[in-house]
Design a protein around this ligand. Structure first.
Ligand SMILES: [Zn+2]
Length: 206
C-alpha cells in the first residue's frame, strides 16, 4: 500500500527509485497518478494512469488486480462525503471542509478556479461539479508540468507550487482554528517537498 499523504519520505522515494531504475533498463512501468505525488512522477517522465477522484492521494497497488469499482465516482456519493481537489493546496478535502474554507471571505479569493469548470459559476457550488473540476484541473496541472523542457525545471516548478501550497495551508489552519474549527492536516505537503528534494538528486544522478 502506497499512501503518499501518510507515508514517511523513505517509502515514496524508494518507489520513485524503483520506477526510475525500471525505466532506465527499459522495463515499461505504469504508475498510479497519486495526487501531487503523481505530478512528481510526471515531472520525472514516468508514464502514468489516473487513479481518479476519491483516491486522489492514496491508491492500493493490490486493488489494480481487482475489478474496478465505482467507489471513485463522486456522482453516486452522498452529499457531504464528496471529496474536492483544491489546486492551490495541492490537496483533496471532504466537501464539508471545502465549504467551510470557501465560506471564509479572507480565504475564498485564493481558491478561484479560472478553468472552464468554474468560470462564471458560483464558487460555493464547487461540490456539485467536483468531478469535472478535478478532471480539468488535473489535466491543466499535467499540461503545466509538461511545458518545462527538463525534469529538473519541472521539479523546481513543483517545489515552488508546493511551497506556496504550504504557505496557504498555514493561513487556512490559522483561520479555521481562529473560528474554533479543527483544521485538516497538511503534513503531506512537507513530505512531498522532502520527496522532491531527494528525487531531484536521484534524477540528476540518473
Ligand atoms: Zn474548476
Amino acid at each position: 500500500m502506497l499512501s503518499p499523504t501518510r507515508d514517511r519520505v523513505d517509502k515514496p522515494v524508494a518507489y520513485v527509485r524503483f520506477l526510475l531504475a525500471a525505466q532506465r533498463i527499459g522495463i515499461p512501468v505504469l504508475a498510479g497518478r497519486v495526487g501531487a505525488f503523481g505530478l512528481i512522477l510526471e515531472a520525472l517522465g514516468i508514464a502514468m494512469f489516473d487513479s481518479g477522484l476519491g483516491q486522489a492521494e492514496g491508491f492500493n497497488l493490490a486493488s489494480l488486480n481487482r475489478r474496478k469499482t465505482v467507489r471513485g465516482d463522486s456522482s453516486s456519493a452522498p452529499q457531504g462525503s464528496r471529496r474536492i481537489y483544491l489546486r492551490p493546496l495541492k490537496t483533496t478535502l471532504p466537501s464539508g471542509m471545502v465549504e467551510r474554507i470557501l465560506g471564509e471571505r479572507g480565504l475564498r479569493s485564493s481558491f478561484a478556479c479560472a478553468l472552464e469548470c468554474c468560470r462564471w459559476r458560483d464558487q460555493q457550488d464547487l461540490g456539485e461539479r467536483c468531478r469535472e473540476h478535478y478532471l480539468r484541473v488535473r489535466q491543466d496541472e499535467v499540461a503545466q508540468v509538461g511545458r518545462q523542457p527538463t525534469s529538473s525545471m519541472r521539479l523546481s516548478d513543483l517545489h515552488n507550487d508546493l511551497t506556496e501550497a504550504r504557505e496557504l495551508a498555514l493561513v487556512v489552519v490559522r483561520t479555521l482554528r481562529h473560528r474554533g474549527h479543527e483544521p485538516p492536516r497538511f503534513d503531506h505537503l512537507d513530505r512531498w517537498l522532502a520527496v522532491i528534494a531527494t528525487v531531484t538528486e536521484l534524477a540528476a544522478a540518473a
